[in-house]
Design a protein around this ligand. Structure first.
Ligand SMILES: [Zn+2]
Ligand SMILES: [Zn+2]
Length: 112
């Protein structure tokens, strides 16, 4: 890990900052055309970070652990959805996020 960060620091200070602040991998940064716009892989990595967990908890504490669209709560899976990725990863405002149950979330993304 230390080696990766040292390498990235030498190549690109922005990449080093991203790795430090958001725990994204160097590979993810290199695969992204623009580090501000996350790739799918980068986003997946971000979802596994403490930064996202804290952001997600903040959103759930704000809205309550229930679906913003249908009101489902309790035994359902609640996801925190990004209304916008503009400030992601790591600087999301509460208004950038909403809690959605898995069903509404998939519907919202036009899934099955
Ligand atoms: Zn719902
Ligand atoms: Zn979503």
């Amino acid at each position: 890990m230390t080696k990766t960060i040292t390498l990235a620091t030498a190549v690109n200070p922005l990449a080093a900052k991203l790795i430090q602040r958001y725990q994204v991998t160097q590979e993810a940064i290199e695969s992204a055309k623009n580090p501000r716009r996350m790739t799918r892989a980068e986003y997946q990595d971000y979802l596994a970070t403490e930064t996202w967990r804290a952001t997600r908890d903040k959103a759930l504490a704000h809205y309550g652990r229930k679906c913003y669209l249908c009101g489902a709560s309790g035994d359902v899976q609640i996801d925190v959805h990004h209304n916008t990725y503009e400030r992601a990863p790591g600087c999301e405002l509460i208004s950038d996020l909403i809690p959605l149950c898995r069903d509404c979330h998939e519907r919202h993304h036009g899934g099955v």
